[in-house]
Design a protein around this ligand. Structure first.
Ligand code: 13P
Length: 253
């Protein structure tokens, strides 16, 4: 399989200078599976610090970016500003922004386009609520979220996107999707890529899982053929993150 395994750590609105420094310092010295791409997303206040502290093999992502190039947009960061700070990635469309900050599909799509046009790679988050899953609307919802982005991007830009399937009911709840639930959703997303974008993007675009990933459940999830990695919240703040990065290698005897 040609897709490189990807593990992202979304620190969300956690940590202060001391704790972010010790997490990054620990990651720098940890033995990380070199075949896994590791990207960490600290709060925006610490992006410069983390980029300076982190080993060059660790990527750094913003948790969000705005769709306009500059101007009177209090509190926002532009793609150019991230690039200027040597930040190569951004998360877009996290459910906490969709739900709490009322970001809709079109806004998420515009931001994804601005980010990729400006040279960033994007971790695009999609996923259904518990009500939607119970109504068996999972595929409909993620397809709607993806279609909005597909209207903005050209087909060859999908290789710059990592799709993070994060069922809202699994985020921060300790209620992880079963391996079968994750594989089913990921396979549907890959089918969507093949049908709507191209066979090349179905082959190369990574689809990662997020939602209560831990050192205890990551190995089984990582064995699923369409799970290309993880987006980790709570466990990315703990030593367990290293085990999740290394989920495809056996522990030393
Ligand atoms: O939202 C997430 C990653 O973006 C997942 O969070 P948890 O791993 O804390 O459930």
């Amino acid at each position: 399989m040609s897709r490189r395994f990807f593990v992202g750590g979304n620190f969300k609105m956690n940590l202060v200078v001391n704790s972010v420094t010790s997490i990054v310092t620990n990651l720098n010295t940890a033995q990380l599976d070199p075949s896994t791409e590791v990207v960490i997303a600290p709060p925006s206040l610490y992006l410069l610090l983390v980029r300076q502290l982190a080993d060059s093999k660790i990527g750094v992502a913003a948790q969000n970016v705005f769709d306009k190039p500059n101007g009177a947009f209090t509190g926002e960061l532009s793609v150019e500003q991230l690039r200027d700070a040597h930040i190569d990635w951004t998360i877009i469309g996290h459910s906490e922004r969709r739900v709490v900050l009322k970001e809709d599909d079109d806004f998420v799509a515009r931001k994804t386009k601005a980010a990729i046009d400006g040279g960033l790679s994007v971790i695009l988050c999609i996923g259904e609520s518990l009500d939607e899953r119970e109504a068996e609307r999972t595929i409909e919802i993620v397809t709607r979220q993806l279609n909005a982005v597909a209207e903005c991007l050209s087909k060859n830009q999908w290789t710059k996107v990592v799709i993070a399937y994060e069922p809202i009911w699994a985020i921060g709840t300790g209620k992880v999707a079963t391996t079968a639930q994750a594989q089913e959703a990921h396979a549907a997303i890959r089918k969507w890529l093949a049908e709507k974008i191209s066979s090349e993007s179905a082959e190369n675009t990574r689809v990662i899982y997020g939602g209560s990933v831990s050192d205890g459940n990551c190995k089984d999830l990582a064995k699923q053929p369409d799970v290309d990695g993880f987006l980790v919240g709570g466990a990315s703040l703990k030593p367990a993150f290293v085990d999740i990065v290394n989920s495809r290698i056996s522990p030393p005897m």
